[in-house]
Design a binder for this molecule. Structure first.
Ligand SMILES: Cc1cc2nc3c(=O)[nH]c(=O)nc-3n(C[C@H](O)[C@H](O)[C@H](O)COP(=O)(O)OP(=O)(O)OC[C@H]3O[C@@H](n4cnc5c(N)ncnc54)[C@H](O)[C@@H]3O)c2cc1C
Ligand code: SF4
Length: 822
């Protein structure tokens, strides 16, 4: 019988320990249960800095999303906190009442942000004040982004000028906020770099427009109803609307303390990662104190997880963890900071090599002890970082000519440096990938840098090791590295660009996603990341001939509603051109009342959104509404926004409402590489905002209509290009449809028109759409007509679910506020 392995904490260390255990065959020995009090799969916390700055989407930073747990037979209790452990009866007790027995227990509870004492930090009821944020979790990051996006929030103060504080400050600037950093140390990042480097770093940070106050301690958060500023120890007051506290972390040890486990600064473990004096309890990650050290970075936890897995599975009982050397890099574009080991010399015999060029923001310092590098700081020029990191990690022999450690003066050439590395040398610290793993990936067929990165995850953390990763791949491939052909693939799993893929699909008469994989994927292997793009392409190409397979779709497309943060869905019935009727309004009101809809909201696309509908209620809500879907989800044609138009408006020259309704009727729900939003305005005053839509139509003098394409007013703003001015609504309909079909056939998957139109060029598009320069106009029109003819309202599936689980209750993600009226 399998033994029970329970893990408390579903963060980077807990999940990594489980991955290592599975890699050693632990899946056969254990039934694995993981508790995580965050309501998600396991994500790369490091990347939250990039999510905050808008460089990454939070959906893209998952290391193991929910299917991974299912595929590995792991029971995940996401969003469930463990409160205590009974070490004698060997059970864990969770906050939701679950009691789970274990044979082996792993505690991986990580840390939480430390909030230093300050007046005005808490509300009278004891919660942290609205407008004060910590920066630790995905929820923290989302809340910060939401708050920062408010246009009346103009200034932020970040408390703490370490790595996290500087990354937070830079991230917040992306929302147009003015940011000040208050740091109690004498210089920024004083835990990692010395005062001289700190002074240069300060200049670089200030050059980004970030205000810096060093040696300043915040004593109070000011303001009554909302935050107005902070006060420093010397009574200076800094105005702000939001405060972000990044003043350090504290290990999460509550569970260990109440369960009677040994805790000093953190949970005390031995060299096997076994909790001191315990037989069957291990701990790993930031909640751990090993030989007096508590680490706040990921590299140590990768090393710990490997040893822990050797021990738990019994694969290698001699495996020991002896502590880690740590190196860090600031993830702020434009400010290169890498530091490892000691910031400066400690002993009289330590060698200290320093180069400083403040005017260029460059500072380099290296500390050498007994001919080994024990510390380095690189600011403003990190070209040597890869070699120095390895010299530091591996204790490599150093060149006689010390200066060559900093500059390319006949130092070990990069190739030589790579060749010298041991197989076990860690290349990517964020994801714990060694040189040996990368070399094996190259030997296993990854001939390009991105392919090796995909296969191993190397370089997919903070990104600072990408140079070294490519050097290792190049070296391992003997210089025969290929440029990644996958860059031109329409979907990653099929080695064809869009035109070739479409022509092969036509030639072979393929009709479903699985048929495409079987015929065209290497080894006929199905690739989850390719399914949505393929499903959309097939539907576009084949119209009614397409064979639908539900697993090829994203959740929104499977249940025809838009998933919300808490796992409920939003339901938007069709309201063509934004026009409604008494009957429709009454029905919507009745449905909202009957189903206790927590939020009714008008959307930006002139429709009514019923928010907070559980998945299992969707069919009944649609049935009660008895209206067609408004397509507020999915990669498809969505709405046509219209203005009042000539019937009612004093300025109107065209029937914008009528044309909008007719366009929406015609193109409703057609599949597309990305969403399509349209608008029609009745005169150049443009009340429907037609110039910033994928296709925008404007009535102009003389009863004519201008058609604009490639506009956007979301995260990206672009005024559309004028395609043509035509005389009749019929011409608008024909040419808009022809353009959309051309876009559907030629755009990359998820490429919006605002990227497609400038990429292809308006002149080229005009020549194809208007002058029929390629002789395809009639075919484009016919293909669009076929899609229009094959339209079926997806909400008709309500009576006949396609799969048993289509409308089954889904896992709650997070609790959203109930806001009936604001
Ligand atoms: C914004 C940011 C940027 C960072 N950048 C870097 C970087 O560039 N380089 C680097 O090396 N490191 C970086 N770090 C640090 C790195 O993320 C951590 O070292 C790493 O996540 C620690 O892993 P862990 O599993 O120990 O803790 P965590 O990842 O915090 O995981 C612990 C998990 O346990 C859960 N938990 C706690 N108590 C319980 C309980 N009682 N029951 C159930 N679940 C519980 C927590 O909710 C959490 O999900 C960064 C951290 C942040 C926040
Ligand atoms: S765009 Fe012109 S016609 Fe339409 S509402 Fe505005 S002013 Fe009136």
């Amino acid at each position: 019988m399998k033994r029970q392995l329970v893990v408390i904490g579903n963060g980077m260390a807990g999940a990594r320990a489980v991955e290592e255990i599975l890699a050693r065959g632990g899946g056969d020995a254990f039934d694995i249960t993981i508790f995580g009090d965050e309501p998600y799969g396991n994500y790369n916390r490091i990347m939250l800095s990039h999510v905050l700055s808008g460089e990454e989407n939070d959906a893209d930073i998952f290391l193991n999303a929910l299917p991974w747990y299912r595929e590995n037979n792991i029971t995940l209790h996401a969003g469930v906190r463990v409160e205590r452990v009974d070490r004698y009866s060997k059970h864990v007790f969770a906050a939701d009442g679950r009691v789970v027995p274990y044979d082996v227990l792993i505690i991986a509870t990580g840390s939480h942000s430390f909030l230093p004492p300050m007046d005005g930090l808490y509300t009278p009821s004891g919660s942290v004040r609205h407008g004060v944020f910590t920066f630790r979790t995905m929820d923290d990051t989302r809340k910060m982004v939401q708050f920062a996006q408010h246009e009346h929030h103009r200034r932020a103060v970040v408390i703490g000028g370490g790595l996290l504080g500087l990354e937070a400050a830079r991230g917040l600037q992306a929302y147009g906020l003015g940011v000040a950093v208050v740091h109690s140390g004498g210089h920024l990042m004083n835990a990692q770099i010395g005062p001289d480097g700190g002074a240069i770093l300060r200049r670089s940070v200030e050059a980004l427009g970030i205000e810096v106050h060093t040696g300043g301690r915040t004593t109070a958060v000011l303001g009554q109803d909302r935050i107005t500023g902070v006060r420093l120890r010397d009574d200076t007051e800094l105005n702000c609307d939001m405060v972000v506290v990044t003043a350090g972390i504290r290990p999460n040890v509550d569970v260990a303390v109440v369960s009677g486990l040994p805790v000093e600064r953190a949970i005390v473990v031995d060299d096997h990662l076994r909790v001191m004096d315990e037989e069957d309890i291990y701990a790993v990650g930031e909640c751990v104190q090993h030989r007096g050290e508590v680490y706040g970075l990921v590299a140590p936890l990768w090393e710990q997880a490997a040893v822990l897995a050797d021990q738990v599975t019994g694969v290698d009982h001699s495996s020991v963890y002896l502590g880690s050397r740590t190196a860090t890099k600031l993830k702020v574009a434009g400010v290169d900071v890498a530091s490892m080991g000691l910031p400066g010399p400690e002993r009289d015999t330590d060698e200290h090599i320093v180069f400083s060029e403040p005017s260029r923001g460059v500072f380099k310092s290296i500390v050498i002890r007994d001919n080994k590098m024990v510390g380095a700081t690189l600011l403003g020029d990190s070209r040597k970082v890869a070699y120095l990191t390895q010299a530091f990690d591996q204790g490599l022999p150093l060149p006689e000519e010390r200066l060559s450690l900093m500059f390319d003066l006949g130092s070990p050439g990069e190739e030589e440096g790579v060749a010298e590395l041991a197989d076990s040398a860690q290349v990517c610290n964020c994801n714990g990938v060694s040189k040996g793993t990368l070399v094996a990936a190259v030997q296993g067929g990854c001939r390009s840098v991105p392919a090796a990165m995909d296969a191993t995850r190397a370089g997919k953390g903070c990104g600072s090791c990408k140079l070294l990763v490519s050097q290792v791949v190049e070296w391992a491939a003997g210089g025969a590295v290929e440029v990644d052909p996958a860059a031109s693939y329409y979907v990653p799993g099929i080695p064809l660009d869009k035109a070739a893929l479409m022509s092969r699909i036509r030639e072979l008469g393929l009709r479903s996603v699985s048929q495409v994989f079987a015929a065209l994927a290497p080894g006929s292997a199905e690739d989850a990341k390719s399914k949505m793009g393929l499903a959309s392409l097939l539907k576009m190409m084949l119209a009614g001939q397409y064979i639908d397979e539900r697993d090829a779709r994203f959740i929104n497309d499977r249940v025809h509603a838009n998933i919300q943060r808490d796992g409920t869905f939003s339901v938007v019935p069709q309201m063509k051109g934004g026009v409604t009727s008494v009957q429709q309004l009454r029905t919507i009101a009745d449905v909202a009342e009957k189903h206790n809809i927590p939020m009714i909201k008008l959307t930006g696309g002139q429709r009514i959104d019923l928010l907070g509908v559980p998945k299992e209620d969707l069919p009944q809500v649609w049935a009660d509404l008895d209206m067609p879907s408004g397509y507020a989800y999915g990669k498809s044609f969505r709405t046509v926004k219209t203005c009042v138009g000539k019937d009612y408006c004093r300025f109107g020259t065209g029937d914008s409402t009528g044309l909008g309704i007719s366009l929406e009727t015609r193109f409703q729900g057609i599949e597309s590489p990305a969403k399509l939003k349209l608008a029609v305005s009745g005169c150049p005053r443009n009340c429907a905002e037609s110039l910033v839509k994928d296709v925008g139509v404007v009535a102009v003098e003389g009863g004519r209509w201008e058609i604009y394409i490639g506009g956007a007013a979301g995260a990206h703003i672009r005024k559309g290009d004028l395609l043509v001015t035509v005389d009749t609504p019929e011409e608008v309909t024909l040419l808009a449809g022809r353009f959309m079909q051309y876009y559907r056939e030629n755009a990359n998957w998820l490429e919006r028109t605002y990227a497609f139109v400038p990429r292809v060029g308006i002149d080229k598009i005009r020549s194809v759409i208007l002058d029929d320069s390629e002789g395809i106009a009639a075919r484009l029109d016919a293909a669009m007509q076929a899609s229009v003819d094959s339209y079926v309202d997806p909400w008709s599936e309500r009576d006949d679910p396609l799969t048993p689980g289509q409308f089954r209750t889904s896992l709650p993600l997070t609790v959203l506020p109930q806001v009936p009226v604001r």
